[in-house]
Design a protein. Structure first.
Ligand SMILES: *Cc1c(COP(=O)(O)O)cnc(C)c1O
Length: 456
């Protein structure tokens, strides 16, 4: 009873070209090359319409953490759809999956969190936070605290407020962003720096640019600081160990709210349930999405700390904000099944003690390759810097898109990795076996060899 009509690859490509606008895509370029049709998936593999089997080392888009084809999630959705596919949570209503999920999330999250607000995506979660942060300070009698500090090259989503929080220059340039009241400091990207400081000195200096910016703006003007524990779309930027503790200290000193964007790092990717657990921060907000359902259905949300939630509950009256799909029962049922699966299979512990260290060791060995200037990986989230020469360190010029070439050759060789400039990034599903990890590394190395031969 398939409701999707079967067509040839060429027919689908033609219809796609004529009618479908893609996210983050240069359509002229796409139309010359034609889109790749991904038609099914199983475990850690995706299959295209030509039957090519490709190891998905990006977990879809950082989300299919439990792998494809998991019966538990599929059945949770179909059971819930039969019972109650949708109802809203406005007008004094709620539904069992939303309530149950809120309680499950409370148990998983750090102790300052007892409440969650549901959304449909990470972008919506960050938009929600902008409104909550500003409302909180209004209610606290400090309405002049309006400015939110973020970081260059951060990614917090693509709606107007989320893209403003993000620090992606091309996004800002295309639409007159950021909106007022959002400023950006440098990211803690040691490899991208002149490397004159040690990583520790650099980590401290990078954190202290927050202190300097707060003082410049006036501490009583600053509402919050937002950061991804590890920047994802910006190129898997893993800060030095002393960075986050210093950021926390600075936020505490000035009484400003800390927002830990857990859209990628939430639900296990770093070998802990949340990035805040990994780095030891005590955020006031944690937006999440992606991994909460392993991407099987769209769902996002915001953990709101007691400090903020109690003020909103006591003083806000009606907080005039929400989405049609806030607390969507089917999405919430899938999230519960997904979290139960992660717990039953011990996948977070597996990343910490087994597949994480196993892949990290081999990933680190790729740094021997003449094209690789640095590798880094925490949990199952890693990056590899492609360089023109290692000693002395010489980067590829911007005009030479080696990262894109590497990405394309990887796919041709049966492996999905993403390119951010000349940084290759990977974030495979938590169920990756040792044999599949070996395959990932072998395919990556093979691709590096091909590029090296092509350009030298
Ligand atoms: C993907 C992402 C978002 C945006 O999530 P969407 O569901 O695409 O709106 C926000 N923050 C981070 C860190 C992300 O990686």
């Amino acid at each position: 009873m398939a409701s999707i009509r079967h067509r040839s690859r060429a027919e689908w490509q033609e219809l796609d070209k004529e009618h479908h606008l893609h996210p983050f895509t240069d359509h002229k370029d796409l139309h010359q090359r034609r889109s790749r049709i991904i038609s099914r998936a199983d475990g850690v593999y995706i299959y295209d319409a030509d039957g090519n089997k490709i190891l998905d080392a990006m977990s879809g888009l950082w989300c299919v953490n439990v792998g494809y084809g998991r019966t538990e999630l599929i059945e949770a959705a179909s059971t819930q759809m039969r019972e109650l596919p949708y109802y809203n949570n406005f007008f004094q209503c709620t539904n069992p999956p939303a309530v149950e999920l809120a309680a499950v999330l409370k148990d998983l999250s750090p102790p300052q969190f007892n409440r969650v607000f549901f959304t449909g995506s990470g972008s919506e979660s960050n938009d929600t936070i902008v409104r909550m942060v500003r409302t909180y300070w209004d209610l606290m009698g400090q309405p002049e605290r309006k400015t939110i500090i973020s970081r260059k090259n951060a990614y917090h989503g693509s709606t107007v407020a989320a893209a403003s929080l993000g620090g992606m220059k091309p996004m800002h340039e295309q639409s007159g962003l950021p909106i007022p009241g959002i400023v950006h400091i440098d990211q803690p990207y040691w490899f991208g720096s002149d490397q004159e400081l040690s990583p520790e000195e650099f980590g401290l200096a990078a954190a202290r640019t927050l202190d300097a910016r707060i003082k410049e703006l006036g501490p009583d003007q600053v509402a919050a600081f937002i950061g991804e524990p590890i920047q994802g779309a910006g190129g898997v930027i893993i800060p030095p160990d002393n960075y986050w503790p210093e950021i926390q200290r600075i936020c505490d000193e000035h009484g400003i709210l800390l927002i830990s964007d857990e859209v990628i790092t939430g639900f296990g990717r770093l070998g802990s349930w949340f990035g805040a657990d990994h780095f030891g921060t005590r955020p006031d907000f944690m937006p999440f999405a992606k991994g909460v359902t392993s991407g099987y259905l769209p769902l996002g949300g915001v953990f709101v700390s007691d400090r903020v939630a109690e003020v909103l509950i006591e003083k806000a009256g009606e907080f005039a904000h929400g989405y049609t799909y806030s607390g969507h029962p089917t999405a919430c049922a899938v999230a519960i099944a997904n979290i139960q699966l992660i717990q039953r299979e011990g996948l977070v512990e597996r990343i910490r003690n087994d597949i994480g260290p196993y892949l990290q060791k081999q990933w680190a060995e790729l740094a021997d390759h003449p094209l690789v200037g640095e590798t880094r990986m925490v949990g199952l989230m890693g990056a590899m810097e492609l360089v023109k020469s290692k000693d002395p360190l010489q980067r590829f010029p911007d005009k030479q898109p080696v990262g894109t070439l590497c990405r394309d050759l990887c796919i041709e060789g049966g492996l999905v990795m993403r390119a951010v400039g000349n940084t290759m990034i990977c974030a495979p599903p938590f169920i990756l076996s040792h044999a599949e990890a070996d395959e990932l590394i072998e395919k990556a190395r093979h691709t590096l060899d091909r590029i090296h031969r092509a350009i030298h």
